[in-house]
Design a protein around this ligand. Sequence first.
Ligand code: CAA
Length: 259
Amino acid sequence: MTYENIRLEHDGAVATLTIDRPKALNALNNKTLQEFEAAVKSLGADTRVLIVTGGGEKAFVAGADIAEMSSIAEHPEAQKFAELGHRAFALLESLAIPTIAAVNGFALGGGCELALACDFIYASEKAQLGLPEVGLGVIPGFGGTQRLTRIVGRARAKELIFTGGRIDAAKAKEIGLVLEVLPAAELLAHCRSVAAKMLKNSPLAISTAKRVIEQGADKDLGEANTLERQGFAELFGSEDQREGMKAFLEKRPAVFTGK
Ligand code: CAA
């Protein structure tokens, strides 16, 4: 499939999805969100890690497309736009593989929300993150009020959202929004080296860990630990479990099939 505003590249088991609309700092209009959704849906079983980044030197994604949004007059149309963004990012979040946001520049509004829907974020030194929507008379509409709060806590989320301010990568790391800050030229290589470490492990175990972390996050500890016990037990008898433990005992690297 050919896309106009995104690029999807495969390098072995690692796919890189680049939002590539530099003339608007990669802003997410309807078409871009639809292409993004189609690209995520198109990922096959051979893809085991997804990196999401922005094209050009300046931006990861500078938000939802304000020019397009400004022509929305009616509540139902705005609801539809929010639903498209929510659906696309929920799809990303539901992937059974690790997803990494490589935030290479401005990650504002919908761009910050896109990064938040990934499993974790690495940022370049020149990245700036924020949710400036209240300055436009709206609120974050692609999951920012909820996902940011779950990651940095209510008070930090409120501070960022109410002030509409931008924080740099170092501050974003300090509040736990970004895991590591890298020189711009090293950002993608860092993401790929983390991907390579994950590729050595059992895909089945990673997807189970991701599922129980996600499903347990909003439950009380007792219920959440039940999910962990079930996930742990389910893996026994799988090819990956047998191979992982056999390889350890035979002092050789495991060869996992994801089954
Ligand atoms: N939507 C549409 N176009 C955008 C855009 C956006 N979110 N962000 C940047 N652009 C466009 C600019 O209009 C400009 O286009 P022209 O060259 O045709 O004038 C081009 O990208 C370059 O941008 P700037 O000239 O503004 O670049 P700058 O370096 O001076 O500033 C910036 C960079 C601080 C990121 C600034 O562009 C900016 O503030 N952008 C908007 C950020 C924003 O408010 N994002 C939230 C959007 S609302 C949202 O996302 C809602 C939601 O949750 C669903």
